[in-house]
Design a protein around this ligand. Structure first.
Ligand SMILES: Cc1cc2nc3c(=O)[nH]c(=O)nc-3n(C[C@H](O)[C@H](O)[C@H](O)COP(=O)(O)OP(=O)(O)OC[C@H]3O[C@@H](n4cnc5c(N)ncnc54)[C@H](O)[C@@H]3O)c2cc1C
Length: 206
């Protein structure tokens, strides 16, 4: 849990004991909404399961094949091991913490596979896994201090593209936390945007 005294963070309580903490970063990925609730805050991050499939060896695939994305459907593939890794989102997704592989995605992708990468349709699937995207309403991350609660910072809600943003976000947030001016303004990612309505939605989520 998170202890709040006089509208500021005072400590976190963990299974290993309490930790006095004048500042807390919410970097809980798909669980960031739950961690926000611990501090009495609305942090609009919802979990959306996503599946990844990896094929058996495909002799025609080389390591320098590019990552390829069909932006209309979000179907994508790129080399992985001796084959291809591929996946796609669903248009009618609902939030869930379920990370069981959804094998029905193979049928859902059949039409776009046939159209965009027909040889993929004849390859066997070697392995698959599912993880959680951590989606915000505008598909942008939530970064920086939260106005309503002193000492509560967010670094979450990367909406399925956090891995590539992590080095820059870590650097910029460290500068903000030290009271320095970051090289790139993080204002557009502030938690307050959900109150002010000033948002710049990310449209290219795959
Ligand atoms: C299938 C799939 C494919 C992806 N592909 C890409 C890609 O190609 N490129 C890209 O940039 N991104 C990709 N992503 C997204 C990327 O993985 C995430 O954006 C990134 O991992 C988010 O990092 P994070 O540190 O914010 O959260 P996480 O990596 O989820 O870490 C959050 C951590 O917080 C912990 N936690 C949660 N609640 C608590 C609590 N109460 N107490 C203590 N710890 C807690 C969790 O256990 C977890 O370890 C993909 C995601 C998925 C699911």
């Amino acid at each position: 849990g998170i202890d709040v005294r006089e509208a500021r963070i005072s400590a976190v309580t963990t299974s290993a004991g309490d930790i006095v903490a004048p500042a807390v970063f919410n970097c809980a990925g798909a669980w960031a909404g739950e961690v926000g609730k611990m501090a009495g805050l609305s942090v609009p991050v919802e979990p959306y399961p996503r599946n990844i499939f990896v094929t058996d060896r495909m002799p025609a695939v080389t390591r320098d094949h590019p990552m390829t994305i069909d932006m209309t459907t979000s179907f994508y593939f790129h080399p992985e091991g001796e084959g291809l890794l591929f996946g796609m989102g669903r248009s009618n997704e609902t939030p869930s913490f379920d990370t069981q592989v959804d094998w029905s995605m193979l049928d859902a992708m059949a039409e776009v596979v046939e159209r965009r990468a027909p040889s993929l349709g004849t390859a066997g699937v070697r392995t698959a896994w599912a993880g959680l995207y951590e989606m915000t309403p505008d598909h942008q991350p939530i970064l920086g201090p939260v106005d309503d609660l002193d000492g509560f910072w967010c670094a979450c809600g990367f909406s399925g593209h956090g891995f590539q943003q992590a080095p820059a976000v870590g650097h910029l947030l460290a500068r903000c936390f030290l009271g320095e001016k970051p090289e790139v303004s993080l204002d557009v990612y502030a938690h307050r945007r959900f109150r002010t309505g000033v948002v710049e939605p990310e449209r290219n989520v795959i």
